[in-house]
Design a protein around this ligand. Structure first.
Ligand code: WT7
Length: 690
């Protein structure tokens, strides 16, 4: 098998490297039609090698044969990472919705595209490819009827649902750019994103339903759009019976859709035209609107979905993520639909109505791949195993984890309790910026082992590099450093909306010639990758990314707070939680426990909740007199992390501190705070009436 594959590789490569007639084809960088099917038969090792040694051939073949083009591309790529220039499939014209819908309707119109697993168990709704195409076209026509055109930005403030998927695909059909905002974000956070993207329209529901509770989505949109003069229309769909109060901007979505034709001609779009914006936190300032483009993103989502999860025809793909995150974009919508899969839209929570919900859903929907976040697994493993075992999980073939490091306990529980030890479990590392999975244990050679709790292997076309403190490339195994990727790949983000300089500074300046991920990683003795966590001021709360600076900006808005510093602090279930050090104006009368500071701290909690989202509210507050700073005024968060962890024995280099006595003050304040908390704990445990 290996020998045959290697021979095939040699003959494929020789076409490219030998001078003579093959050269002309190589110079134009275009592989022959049908090349992908022979490549796909290569053994994994050879295919990976080809993907990094001859990316034009690898990606060119995949793009030409796996995607449907309105016009073929004439060049595979034109990239220069030093300049942040990333362009793939130049000259090509494509429509992503055609690749996700029409192509499948031609082959299997009555196959189920979506299973909407609604909050109430047992009330799932199935949508076929034919129906989804019709709904998408009606929604696209509804957008067009209100003047939405190619290039316009449309905010989608909807929880995962068939209409949310149709809204995304409708934008893709007409060339509008969607920006899905997670429905847990506050009105302020939504407004900030709408303003930054200058959205012309918003699509939302009257209400959302999650874990038996109602979310007032329309009311939140109303509050947000008051501050958004670019918004001309708010399309409102009905998730519940409660009628929404309709204002002058509001358009009843279903009503307008029902009068629209069920067909809408797809707009042929340049490969590099924007497909969507997705906001994510960085280490400074306002979240960045990452730009993803059409063909490269779709190809990468499609290929990773198939290979990392071993997708096969007829599978029911269960990614538990919301469409508000990149995971929902790539593995609820674009990856699965481009591969003709049946994809699950999970509206509920892992514990509603009880902690067996996921596994009851697996049984009822016969899910083949189950993809979830470690935070949910850590929560579920606390409950009795019977919540898992009482359901039939024999449909499961691959398990996946995403969003944050998975600890060994959660990995083993997922693998042995949920998967009965018979399903490969893939810990997938990637980011909003990467578009799709970059490091995961699969694909790999047949039967290759999976090391627990490790992302392990780079995907096709991904060349990881580890960099040392002086920016040097760390060669060999058994080393750790800053995780970079040294070659462009088609799924990578193309920019930050409206701020190309920030894009360059954040990702391409730190290690010239490479994309810098912001994460640290180790390369094991066996050459496998282990992610160690963020190297910047970004934290990960329940798999949701947050910039500590974003929270600080909100805290500092309070008139009593001249300054603050937020760090990530370990949490058993959420992974990390924000820990806030706050300086109060009138320090003399305040400590974390004084009555005036209790009021301020409560106001701060509310402020963060309304300005960002509930999950961003710091779990811990510590009132301090001053913050440790360098002489140039930079807060030394490294020291605050050690104080919070209680590991002040080794503070490292403090010589750059402006006033080292601040450290003792902060340690003392923390000590007092800890003692008080212990006291409170004792008191509450000795008074059972509480
Ligand atoms: C950050 C990206 C990937 C989609 C969801 C999150 C962390 C992600 C892993 C993993 C360790 C991980 C990284 C990364 N992360 N997956 N398997 N192991 N860490 O996307 O919100 O853009 O966050 O999440 O720190 O940089 P995101």
């Amino acid at each position: 098998m290996a020998a045959r594959g290697t021979g095939l590789l040699r003959s494929l490569l020789s076409r490219c490297s030998s001078p003579g007639p093959g050269l002309a084809r190589c110079a134009s960088s275009l592989p022959p039609p049908g090349a992908w099917s022979s490549l796909a038969r290569l053994p994994h090792r050879d295919l990976y090698r080809l993907s990094v040694t001859d990316p034009d051939r690898f990606w060119g073949s995949a793009a030409a044969d796996r995607l449907r083009w309105e016009e073929p591309f004439h060049r595979v790529r034109d990239c220069d990472l030093r300049a942040g220039k990333i362009r793939w499939f130049l000259g090509g014209k494509i429509n992503v919705s055609v690749n996700c819908l029409d192509v499948n309707v031609e082959k299997h119109p009555d196959r189920v595209a979506l299973i909407w697993e609604r909050d109430e168990p047992g009330t799932e709704v199935k949508v076929t490819y034919r129906e989804l195409l019709e709904t998408t076209c009606r929604l696209a026509n509804a957008l067009k009827s209100r003047g939405i055109q190619k290039g316009d930005r449309v905010a989608v403030y909807m929880p995962v649902s068939p209409l949310a998927v149709a809204a995304m695909l409708a934008c893709a059909r007409i060339g509008a750019v969607h920006t899905v905002v997670f429905a847990g974000f506050s009105a302020e956070a939504l407004a900030g994103r709408i303003q930054d993207a200058q959205c012309k329209a918003v699509v939302t529901f009257n209400q959302g339903v999650r874990g038996g509770r109602l979310l007032e989505l329309k009311a939140t949109v109303d509050a947000a759009v008051k501050r958004c003069p670019t918004v001309q229309h708010v399309f409102v769909a009905q998730r519940t019976e409660t009628p929404a109060v309709m204002g002058p901007l509001d358009v009843p979505l279903e009503e307008v859709m029902s009068c629209q034709p069920p067909r809408c001609p797809p707009e042929p779009l340049d490969s590099e035209a924007m497909l969507f914006l997705l906001y994510t936190s960085g280490s400074t300032g306002f979240p960045k609107g990452l730009v993803h483009s059409q063909a490269g993103y779709l190809l990468y989502a499609s290929l990773t979905h198939q290979y990392v999860f071993d997708h096969q025809d007829g599978d029911v793909f269960g990614c538990m993520a919301d469409v508000g995150w990149i995971t929902g974009h790539s593995y609820v919508v674009y990856g699965p639909l481009s591969n003709g899969a049946t994809t699950v839209l999970f509206e509920s929570t892992p514990v509603y109505p009880d902690p067996g919900r996921y596994w009851e859903t697996v049984q009822r929907l016969s899910i083949s791949q189950f993809y979830a976040a470690p935070t949910a697994l850590r929560l579920l493993l606390k409950y009795d195993q019977s919540f898992v075992k009482k359901y039939d999980r024999s449909s499961l073939r691959t398990l996946g984890s995403v969003g944050e490091p998975i600890n060994h306990e959660a990995w083993h529980w997922f693998h042995s309790v949920v998967g009965d030890g018979r399903c490969p479990l893939v810990d997938t590392w990637w980011q909003t910026e990467t578009g799709g999975v970059c490091i995961a244990p699969r694909p790999a050679e047949d039967g290759a082992a999976i090391v627990p709790a490790m992302a392990m292997r780079p995907f096709f076309g991904i060349q990881p590099e580890l960099m040392g403190e002086k920016g040097e490339r760390l060669a060999g195994n058994g080393v750790g450093g800053a995780l970079c990727i040294s070659q462009p790949w088609p799924g990578m983000a193309r920019g930050i909306y409206g701020d190309q300089q920030r894009f360059l500074d954040a990702y391409f300046k730190p290690y010239p010639g490479c994309y810098f991920t912001g994460d640290g990683a180790l390369r094991s003795q066996d050459g496998f990758y282990q992610i160690t966590g963020r190297m910047d001021d970004v934290i990960n709360v329940s798999g949701h990314r947050l910039g500590t600076a974003e929270i600080e900006d909100v805290l500092d808005e309070h008139p009593e707070v001249p300054e603050s510093a937020v760090i990530g602090f370990p949490h058993e279930i959420k992974g990390e939680v924000p820990f806030a050090f706050v300086v109060l104006k009138d320090y003399s009368s305040s400590s974390s426990s004084s009555s005036s500071s209790v009021v301020v701290l409560q106001q701060l909690r509310e402020l963060v909740s309304t300005k960002i989202a509930r999950y961003a509210v710091p779990e811990h507050f510590l009132v301090v007199k001053r913050l440790p700073k360098t002489r140039s005024g930079k807060i030394m968060r490294r020291i605050l992390r050690k104080v919070a962890m209680g590991t002040t024995g080794d503070l490292g280099d403090v010589s750059t501190l402006d006033d080292p006595s601040v450290v003792d003050e902060v340690i003392e304040a923390h000590e007092q705070h800890r003692k008080r908390q212990e006291g409170e704990k004792k008191e509450s445990s000795s008074s059972p009436s509480l």
